[in-house]
Design a binder for this molecule. Structure first.
Ligand code: 6PG
Length: 239
């Protein structure tokens, strides 16, 4: 499948955040006009923090926050107060500063993560009124190993037909709950936020070599746009 990816090259990580914020502003306006609601799934890690801070600081009065529904692409099996929690990252840097009324945390601190997968899948089907939820925006990062969300290279989850799954990775301390490619690749707009030299090899492997062994190379929403927003350091091996 030919993947129609768009690439935006930025100077610095702050510029990546600024470009992503502008695309989100445009997407939320279109979604609210068309469907009366804007549904976004947030990823974790460090890069989104710059975006969250910018949205909370500079877009406070430019978004219709009350029309937003916020979800997560993945969550670590830790309490929501834990520093590794993707929810905590978004809450501290965005949600506690803006008037979002509807956020759907993945309660991955539970013992039975398979039950969490079932419950969160039901929530998606109910909120989207469909067995195939189509997000307006899905935010992704890329690990230096090419993972996205909590889909790691070689994982059997890459072939999963479910909406979500339990990710167990020996190289990562915690178990996780993650969207699958089925859910991610349905989105109207997928934004990759990529910054830093340590991502340069993975970026080249995906964008130049099309290395399908990297989960990030399998993000190819045939239903929408895939936009890679990359800073100079992360793009250093493709330019
Ligand atoms: C997670 C994230 C993960 C992240 C990448 C990049 O829960 O760990 O969803 O997929 O996007 O690891 O993380 P950085 O933005 O910190 O480089």
């Amino acid at each position: 499948m030919s993947t129609s990816r768009e690439t935006m090259l930025c100077e610095f990580p702050e510029d990546v955040a600024a470009a992503a914020a502008a695309l989100i502003h445009e997407a939320q306006a279109q979604a609210i006009k068309a469907r009366g609601v804007f549904r976004i799934a947030l990823s974790g890690g460090n890069t989104p923090r710059l975006l969250f801070d910018r949205l909370a600081r500079e877009w406070l009065d430019n978004m219709k926050w009350e029309k937003w529904e916020v979800y997560w692409t993945d969550e670590r099996s830790v309490p929501s107060t834990d520093e590794h929690s993707n929810y905590k990252l978004a809450k501290d840097h965005l949600l506690s500063h803006v008037a979002v009324k509807n956020s759907f945390r993945i309660p991955a601190e539970a013992n039975d993560l398979h039950a969490v997968v079932v419950a969160y899948s039901s929530t998606l089907k109910k909120q989207f009124a469909s067995d195939n939820p189509v997000f307006d925006v899905i935010l992704l990062g890329i690990g230096s190993d090419g993972h996205v969300a909590s889909l790691f290279p070689g994982s059997p989850l890459l072939e999963s037909g479910s909406l979500l799954a339990v990710a167990e990775s020996d190289s990562h301390a915690q178990k996780r709950v993650t969207f699958t490619l089925r859910t991610i690749n349905k989105a109207r707009l997928i934004l990759f936020l990529v910054a830093g030299e340590r991502k340069a090899d993975a970026v080249r492997e995906v964008l130049v070599n099309g290395n399908y062994a990297l989960p990030a190379a399998r993000i190819d929403s045939p239903y929408g746009r895939v936009v890679w927003i990359i800073d100079k350091a992360a793009a250093s091996k493709i330019t």
